[in-house]
Write a protein that binds this ligand. Structure first.
Ligand code: ZN
Length: 139
């Protein structure tokens, strides 16, 4: 029962979000504005993350070639792949990242609205693909 209520709550949130975006998207209703703002907002997420490294310093990126043992299975691979991410994001950087991610979701919802797609359905279909393919999604 609680699981069904949680599912209904999430669906309602997704629908309400799409409706809110529809109500408040005024200036950028052109498909050209929506897709370019969606891409810009994605870049701003990356920029905020970079600033967390280079300006704040709360996190570090230490990247190198992945070192994977040759005899591991696909399911064991996850345990051996390095994220190259060190530290913990601070509250200030988290606020900036959340804001940028919110804008990204806004324009994704706007694109869904324009194309008459339901975000909840998009998410459910993707979850179905992930569940069906499991580790073979290779993402
Ligand atoms: Zn920070």
């Amino acid at each position: 029962m609680a699981e069904a209520e949680e599912k209904a709550r999430k669906e309602a949130l997704c629908c309400r979000f799409q409706e809110t975006v529809s109500d408040y998207l005024i200036r950028h209703q052109s498909i050209l504005d929506i897709i370019s703002k969606l891409q810009e907002s994605s870049s701003r997420i990356n920029r905020a993350l970079v600033k967390s490294v280079t300006t704040c310093g709360c996190i570090k990126i230490k990247a190198q070639k992945q070192k994977l043992p040759e005899d591991i299975s696909l399911s064991e691979m996850k345990e051996h792949i390095d994220s190259h991410f060190l530290g913990r994001i601070c509250r200030e950087c988290e606020d900036v990242l959340e804001e940028e991610m919110g804008k990204n979701l806004f324009y994704l919802a706007a694109l869904c609205n324009l194309l008459n797609l339901n975000m909840e359905e998009v998410m459910n279909r993707e979850m179905g693909r992930i569940s069906t393919l499991g580790i073979f999604t290779l993402r």
